[in-house]
Design a protein around this ligand. Structure first.
Ligand code: KG4
Ligand code: ZN
Length: 335
């Protein structure tokens, strides 16, 4: 069978990324230009600044991805671009660039849902992974347990009714005086902390999640100590928060994964060391095969977008043309 080479383009938040991937699983190049250092000074992503930096970077990032993969536009079978969900201005940069690039080089364009891309990060890391499986998706914008029926069919089984898991990590980090993005800082502190503060579970009676109560619980805990003139042990707060933020969703995902016996993790919070360790322990307990993406493919990147683009191309789905627009609120089908 002929090799299919795809250029992926991703610009939904604060990473400008491009990658070249062969047959959906073999990464020939993956370039990620992160704007973290710029947004750090504002304590979070500033949408307009993110868009401006995407405009500034995108042609260089794409050129670098092609060069590192040792290919030119003529070698590409498709271009796959993230068209949602995300920040509208940021998405529009990637979408507009991809449309122009395809038009100029006569290459077919495929539109990719960013959330589905995150799930595909697992196909890059695990060459033998095939659907169906259960996926725990935990990122800065989404938290869900997804039934992955095929390479292109997804159903959300459980989701958060308010904040996303990564968003809670970032908000709690800010309360603790840590810099953006806080998830990774909390992860570091928690490694030397004890789980000695009881915070509210994020799992609701119907199995969906709510992170706002946990976030308020941490804020109230710190406020009470402050009023008593006592200092908080940040490592213990980070550990206790992490356990509350992670264990419930992992337990719920493991429970659902008992049917397929396969659980994947996806999204930025998938890089969390405690989550990875706890998921491994729980999966071993119930004889479930756990798949974790390599750390570099947990956060936003374009290789995962090219991977989903490959599977869509094989299924003859989601071909786009010059009318493609950004869709900031794009979601997955729910049960
Ligand atoms: O998937 P992602 O890169 O972007 C979205 O699609 O939202 O996820 C970013 C989120 C941020 O909230 C960040 O704080 C969190 O992932 N994150 C972590 C860790 N690394 C990144 N959260 C907990 N522990 C980590 N090690
Ligand atoms: Zn993402």
């Amino acid at each position: 069978m002929k090799d299919i080479v795809i250029l992926g383009i991703e610009s939904s938040c604060d990473e400008t990324a491009a990658a070249v991937v062969k047959n959906g699983r073999e990464v020939l190049s993956s370039v990620v230009n992160s704007q973290i250092e710029i947004h750090k000074q504002y304590g979070g992503v500033v949408p307009e600044i993110a868009s401006r930096n995407h405009v500034h970077n995108i042609d260089k990032v794409v050129a670098e991805a092609l060069q590192q993969a040792n290919v030119t536009a003529k070698d590409l079978d498709f271009v796959a671009v993230t068209y949602g969900a995300g920040l509208v201005g940021a998405l529009l940069v990637g979408v507009s660039f991809a449309k122009a690039f395809c038009q100029a080089n006569d290459i077919p364009l495929i539109k990719v849902n960013h959330i589905e891309g995150h799930i595909c990060a697992n196909y890059i890391t695990h060459k033998d992974l095939r659907p169906p499986f259960t996926c725990l998706l935990a990122s800065g914008g989404h938290t869900a347990i997804v039934d992955v029926e095929s390479y292109t069919d997804y159903t959300v089984l459980k989701t958060t009714i308010d904040d996303a898991c990564g968003e809670a990590f970032d908000k709690v980090a800010r309360t603790l005086g840590l810099c953006y993005p806080g998830g990774v800082q909390i992860d570091k502190l928690a490694q030397s902390g004890k789980e000695n503060i009881e915070f509210k579970s994020v799992v609701m009676k119907d199995g969906n999640f709510s992170y706002s109560g946990l976030k308020t619980g941490v804020i109230n805990y710190l406020h009470n100590l402050d009023q008593k003139g006592e200092a908080a042990n940040k490592c213990d707060v980070a550990k206790s928060f992490t356990v509350a933020a992670v264990c419930g969703v992992v337990d719920e995902a493991v429970n659902i994964a008992k049917s397929h016996k396969k659980l994947c993790v996806a999204g930025g919070v998938g890089a969390n060391s405690y989550l990875r360790e706890y998921a491994q322990k729980q999966c071993e307990k119930y004889g479930i095969q756990l798949y974790l993406p390599q750390l570099k493919y947990c956060g936003d990147n374009a290789a995962m977008i090219a991977s989903q683009g490959y599977f869509l191309s094989q299924a003859g789905k989601d071909l786009a043309d010059f009318r493609l627009n950004a869709c900031p609120t794009l979601s997955l089908k729910t049960k």
